[in-house]
Ligand binder design. Structure first.
Ligand code: AP5
Ligand code: MG
Length: 213
């Protein structure tokens, strides 16, 4: 199973991906998670930290290299979930060529939908585990114990790009750079729209029906 989870910042891509990988035992490739780790740990990437913190997109060639390398790992053989990649037409064209070279296809592009108001509310209340990247929301999906990850006991933190002014910039970048991909994948008849204004379990049941299907 090869899926792309698509949608604006804060719509729930990471949350749904986390549920899918548990059920289908395939890797979750989140470009955002990989980039956040690299800008903190890898000298060559530290120059991109300010772009992430300000809500901009990294240059295509840098992101493509990261994802190309990740897709070559053996755990991707039987499928994967791509979350946050591709995000520009150049990235989508790279992925197309890479898949064609390997003789494989993407099964579905799940386009998660929510209004800008809902997105802002979700991102403002989000907390993330510093240790395992598990995602919570102070009101919508709270941890059992405040500030502590249910899964690994790690500390829950707020992402640096979840400040109101940066959230606005990320939404603008999404509309400008990423939304054009909707037509790209519609033309390939891969796009499935998913309304996320529902409880997470209901969305997950619907998504499982789509991907089995
Ligand atoms: P990335 O980490 O990909 O951020 P994003 O796309 O802005 O998306 P988020 O991770 O913020 O949101 P999400 O959709 O995963 O939502 P979540 O599940 O957490 O990218 C970060 C940065 O890295 C970019 O800005 C850029 O700088 C760089 N980057 C990454 N990829 C790149 C690329 N390809 N090219 C160039 N640069 C790149 O949910 C959000 C909240 O809502 C949580 O609190 C959750 O608990 C809650 N929630 C989720 N679903 C529901 C629901 N149904 N009901 C109620 N609450 C819900
Ligand atoms: Mg995410």
């Amino acid at each position: 199973m090869r899926l792309i989870i698509f949608g604006p910042p804060g719509v729930g891509k990471g949350t749904i991906s986390g549920m899918l990988i548990k059920k289908y035992k395939i890797p979750h490739i989140s470009s955002g998670n990989i980039i956040r780790e690299l800008v903190h740990k890898d000298k060559a990437f530290s120059k991109f930290k300010s772009i992430v913190d300000k809500g901009g997109l990294l240059p295509d060639d840098a992101v493509i290299k990261i994802i190309e390398k990740r897709l070559m790992k053996p755990d991707c053989k039987n499928g994967y979930i791509l979350d946050g990649f591709p995000r520009t037409i150049a990235q989508a064209e790279f992925l197309d060529k890479d898949l064609a070279k390997k003789g494989i296809n993407i099964d579905h592009v799940l386009d998660l939908l929510a209004s800008d108001e809902v997105i802002i509310e979700r991102l403002s209340g989000r907390r993330m585990c510093k240790n395992c990247d598990a995602i919570y929301h102070l009101q919508n999906i709270p941890p059992k114990k405040a500030g502590v990850c249910d899964k690994c006991g790690g500390e829950l933190i707020q992402r640096e790009d979840d400040q109101p002014d940066v959230i606005k910039k990320r939404i603008i970048a999404y509309h400008k750079e990423t939304q054009p991909l909707i037509d790209f994948y519609k033309q390939k008849e891969l796009l499935v729209e998913i309304d996320t204004n529902k409880p997470i379990d209901e969305i997950f049941r619907y998504v499982c029906g789509v991907v089995k299907g």
